[in-house]
Design a protein around this ligand. Structure first.
Ligand SMILES: Nc1ncnc2c1ncn2[C@@H]1O[C@H](COP(=O)(O)OP(=O)(O)OP(=O)(O)O)[C@@H](O)[C@H]1O
Ligand SMILES: [Mg+2]
Length: 341
């Protein structure tokens, strides 16, 4: 795994990909990512340009940022956020690995990655101690994006892990010995706080919590935050909640803005200014094995995830974020689902 600031140089990076001249807070020294040579990849690249920032590139983190996407509440947008942020970061020129840690395998599906029962998967890594490099697959159509898929076997892992040595830190060990250079690892957690999620929390430095803008949004979060504290206290001193992302935001409802206000007053700085609108395009993309970035690059859903990725990348290196478009919210989205009254 990447661990120093200078490995972006061509001499030390064996895998071709968009390069930076140096790493740091100076955005202008970045080289823009090359045009992808598949039609879908090209379309997605155009979406990056639609934001008017493609030439700018984005600062790459000094060390691999390992981000745990967690919320034990089901259906709040964990998987959607993982795959679309990962694709956005890759389109911005970063090298990104998605680790699918949910037996449902939704992230693998959404990235168009084969994950039938015989495919080497994250189960083999956790339970059979197989090297991560043997299960990682490149994601079609998005250069620089990779996935460690989940198969149905993973459903048994919660139980099988219990009797294994170092059961909480098996993912952390696998990531530590993964030698490909990466800027980001995004781990998609299942909707529970069992051993799979604990493995993610031990492996990561940052927790990213997607919060759906609806009633009861904050319910249950206390338990997740207590688990983060426990893991920080006993197993992983660097772990912290770095990022909150508001998802499925419907700007036409008072409820959504009330929830957003409540989350912002509760968490403050951690909440990204960019929120993700409720959008039909976002929910359609997985059934085509695609992220919204390749499925409909010009949609408000795609633009919001690109913008959230940009905000996250700038925040990570301490560069002040300024919104590309003032209204990347749900208000003007023609694909938006009917508002909840
Ligand atoms: N911004 C959005 N607009 C419209 N639909 C969305 C949006 N984000 C997510 N969805 C849809 O909401 C559902 C739940 O999203 P997702 O699967 O990402 O949640 P999850 O937290 O990963 O769920 P689980 O807890 O089951 O893993 C999916 O059908 C998804 O397509
Ligand atoms: Mg999910």
């Amino acid at each position: 795994m990447r661990s120093d600031a200078n490995i972006a140089g061509p001499m030390t990076d064996p895998v071709p990909g968009p390069r930076t001249e140096s790493i740091g807070a100076d955005v202008s020294r970045e080289t823009p990512p090359p045009m992808d040579d598949t039609p879908i990849g090209r379309a997605a690249q155009l979406a990056v340009e639609a934001l008017g920032r493609a030439g700018e590139g984005l600062p790459r983190p000094e060390q691999t940022r390992v981000m745990v996407v967690a919320n034990q509440k089901g259906g709040v947008g964990k998987t959607t956020t993982t795959v679309n942020l990962a694709a956005s970061l890759a389109l911005h020129g970063a090298r990104v690995l998605v680790v699918d840690l949910d037996p449902q395998g939704n992230a693998s599906t959404a990235l168009g990655i084969d994950h039938h029962a015989d495919v080497p998967s994250i189960y083999d890594v956790l339970v059979e101690s197989r090297p991560l490099s043997e299960v990682v697959q490149p994601v079609p159509d998005v250069e620089g994006l990779f996935c460690a898929p989940a198969t149905i076997d993973l459903a048994g892992a919660e139980i099988e892990l219990v009797s294994l040595v170092a059961r909480e830190s098996r993912l952390q060990r696998a990531i530590a010995s993964y030698e490909q250079p990466l800027d980001y690892i995004l781990i998609d957690c299942p909707p529970s706080l069992g051993l799979l999620t604990v493995n993610a929390l031990v492996a990561g430095q940052e927790v990213l919590i997607p919060i759906q803008c609806e009633y009861y949004a904050l319910e249950g979060l206390g338990q997740l935050l207590r688990n983060v504290d426990l893991v920080r206290g006993h197993l992983n001193p660097t772990l912290h909640v770095s990022t909150i992302l508001l998802t499925m935001y419907d700007g036409r409802t008072r409820l959504a803005s009330q929830v957003a206000d409540e989350v912002r007053s509760h968490f403050g700085e951690e909440v990204l200014r960019t929120s993700i609108p409720r959008s039909v395009r976002i929910s359609e993309a997985p059934s085509y094995g695609q992220t919204v970035l390749t499925y409909d690059p010009g949609s408000s859903g795609a633009l919001s995830y690109l913008e959230a990725a940009r905000e996250m990348a700038l925040k990570g290196v301490g560069v002040k974020y300024e919104a590309t478009h003032a209204h990347l919210g749900a208000q003007n989205d023609p694909n938006m689902v009917e508002g909840i009254q």
